[in-house]
Design a protein. Structure first.
Length: 199
């Protein structure tokens, strides 16, 4: 019985639909650190969210699937903020705040948005399609990756699992760790290619 319990405890958590919602802890890699500016010109570091579960969403105002997911992320922000959860949107629009600011203000985003760049995208394996969303655990490691439009339930299931997981002592990432090849990619039904990107 003890052996059986041990196997169950170490197995990847699954959704009700049978898909793996988060990677097992031993397979997760450190989310690359970055510093980006918000609409007020303030520097935002990923490390500012240490100890929290973070939904890191690379998106753009012209991205159709992003428009579908953003209301879900606003709902998650309201629902789970008090439990140590944060959404951080990384806008990848080529014309920057000119498009992003009115878009965010009109839709009354309730989470922080920063302006991304190609360097940050490269750190995360190259953002060729949007949305590209990373669910990061309390220890700063990437637990799930969603490329394109995913199901709302998949995001929420992962968030709940990670919020219920303990925080461990910060582990040093190995040299060369990056988000590329993190596995457990939940390929969505739809994704918008970034302008100028190639398949």
């Amino acid at each position: 019985m003890a052996l059986l319990l041990g196997i169950v405890a170490c197995a990847p958590r699954q959704t009700a639909r049978g898909g793996v919602s988060v990677k097992p802890e031993e397979s997760r890699k450190k989310a690359p650190e970055f510093t980006l500016k918000d609409v007020h010109g303030n520097a935002v570091h990923l490390s500012d969210f240490k100890g929290k579960v973070v939904l890191l969403d690379f998106w753009a105002t012209w991205c159709g699937p992003c428009v579908i997911e953003i209301p879900w992320f606003m709902e998650f922000q309201r629902k789970y903020k008090d439990r140590g959860f944060e959404v951080l949107g990384v806008a990848m629009d080529d014309d920057g705040w000119k498009s992003v600011t009115p878009y965010v203000e009109k839709r009354k985003f309730n989470y922080r948005v920063v302006l991304g760049d190609d360097l940050t995208g490269d750190q995360y394996g190259g953002i060729e399609a949007l949305p590209s969303t990373y669910v990061i655990d309390r220890n700063g490691k990437i637990a799930a990756v969603h490329i394109g439009l995913s199901k709302k339930e998949e995001f929420e299931d992962a968030i709940q699992i990670l919020l219920d997981s303990p925080v461990h002592a910060a582990a040093q990432s190995a040299p060369g760790d990056s988000a590329a090849g993190h596995g457990a990619v939940r390929a969505g039904a739809h994704a918008d290619r970034r302008p100028g990107s190639h398949s």
